[in-house]
Design a protein around this ligand. Structure first.
Ligand code: ZN
Length: 153
């Protein structure tokens, strides 16, 4: 288990140091700001959603702790190419993963998308960190729903 924990730590640090899809691409038609004042995480999520509801482009800018930056980075990789409904459904599953102790990690790892997010499941033990991990996802769904701002408070 310690080895696994180290691996998870490594993945989080890698995404935190080198966030994927960081920036503000041209042609985005939705955006929202997310704020987690308890930790100081602040980010903006940009989306380009086409007429069929497919997320063609997703990126973010901002700053925060390694957990929030890693979660944002992973979120952009997983949401791209999905419909907005699929993106929101994945957030539901991720939310369960990081808040519900009864979610079995082996079962979660069988889900192609959720598997990549299992590295963040350790935040379960730390309610403050759950807010860091879920902030990018709350912000992404707020952008889809046309809400401009979300805060964890
Ligand atoms: Zn944080």
């Amino acid at each position: 288990m310690d080895e696994l924990r180290e691996l998870y730590q490594e993945v989080i640090l890698d995404h935190g140091r080198n966030p994927r899809n960081f920036g503000h691409p041209d042609g985005c038609n939705r955006q929202a700001d997310g704020d987690n004042p308890l930790c100081g995480d602040q980010l903006t999520v940009y989306l380009k959603v086409d007429d069929a509801g497919v997320v063609e482009e997703v990126a973010f800018e901002g700053r925060g702790c390694a957990i929030s930056m890693a979660s944002a980075s992973m979120m952009t990789e997983l949401v791209k190419g999905k419909t907005s409904a699929q993106a929101e459904a994945l957030f539901d599953k991720f939310h369960h993963l990081v808040t519900d102790d009864t979610v079995d990690l082996d079962m979660a790892a069988e889900d192609e998308d959720l598997e990549k997010l299992v590295v963040l499941s350790g935040v379960r033990q730390f309610p403050m960190r759950v807010k860091c991990a879920t902030l990018p996802w709350h912000t992404m769904t707020a952008a889809i729903d046309g809400k401009g701002t979300v805060t964890t408070e």
